[in-house]
Design a protein around this ligand. Structure first.
Ligand code: BTN
Length: 273
């Protein structure tokens, strides 16, 4: 276990903001309740209906950290656009500080170690009267699960930090450092402008997608009712391919097609060849 001690004031701050549950359906859903307010952090030791992007489920067994940060932003929806990319950088920093490893970021917001997904991030916004009411940043880190808890197909794509490094990490340390990094990223997000630039720079450095040949898994190109990932496994040729060349100032992925045309992708799924 990495030997970093948590300062007492950080421990106190974490305790004052944390709502801990042994088990929840989903910490993101729990944050949507009225009782969870600005600055609070909801943490569960396991989730029974953890979910990720595009309505996918996120396997959330004991040993991982499942946490959602709730903020009530006083900024417009447009200024929230970079949040996911900034959080990917913040979470990467937290993992590096606590576990002494250097993970990669797969666009848009998967954190990978040794090519396996060790963390997923789902940022959601709720609205009231056309304005953002809550910004919910949900983070699932595969921290101390055994290798065996990743079963079947999942074992090919995901793992835990402990299974990959043979070292366990103190979940309290991870939560405290995550709180520091997410608070820092949120402050920069609210400030906007130049405060975001270091996050974009760091994202570019650690984004393993750049320079690679990718397939763009547009859901509209998959047969109706079929998960684009499944459709891709059956017939990759239905999805266009391109080279990932850069990250823009909103964390969009700039791609170049074989005919030289460029496009910026803002969301959706890609597969790296
Ligand atoms: C993804 O991989 O697409 C994102 C996964 C996000 C999972 C986290 S775990 C805590 C929070 N609660 C959820 O239901 N989802 C997020």
């Amino acid at each position: 276990m990495k030997d970093i001690s948590i300062p007492e004031e950080v421990k106190r701050l974490l305790k004052s903001r944390l709502i801990i549950h042994e088990s929840l359906p989903s910490t993101n859903e729990y944050c949507k309740k009225d009782l969870v307010r600005d600055g609070q952090i909801v943490l569960a030791q396991k989730q029974t209906s953890g979910h990720g992007r595009m309505g996918r489920s996120f396997v959330s067994k004991e040993g991982g950290i499942y946490v959602s940060f709730c903020f009530e932003p006083r900024i417009g929806a447009k200024k929230l656009i970079p949040v996911t990319g900034m959080c990917a950088v913040a979470v990467r920093r937290a993992i590096k500080r606590c576990c002494d490893v250097s993970p990669e970021i797969k666009w848009t917001n998967d954190i990978l170690l040794c090519g396996k997904k060790i963390c997923g991030i789902l940022a959601e916004t709720t609205f009231e009267g056309g304005r953002p009411k809550k910004l919910i940043i949900g983070i699932g880190i595969n921290l101390n699960q055994s290798k065996e808890s990743f079963e079947g197909e999942l074992s090919e794509t995901a793992s835990s930090i402990s299974a990959l490094t043979c070292k366990n990490t103190d979940p309290e340390l991870m939560s405290a450092v995550l709180m520091e990094e997410i608070d820092r990223a949120y402050k920069a997000l609210c400030e906007g402008g130049n405060a975001i630039l270091p996050y974009i720079e760091e994202y570019r450095v650690h984004c393993s997608t750049l320079g690679k040949e990718i397939h763009i898994l547009h859901p509209s190109l998959a047969p109706e009712g079929t998960d684009p990932r499944k459709a891709f496994a059956e017939d990759p040729s239905i999805f266009p391919s391109a080279t990932a060349v850069d990250i823009d100032e909103s964390f969009g992925l700039i791609v170049r097609y074989a005919d030289g045309k460029r496009e910026t992708l803002f969301s959706g799924e890609i597969s790296i060849r």
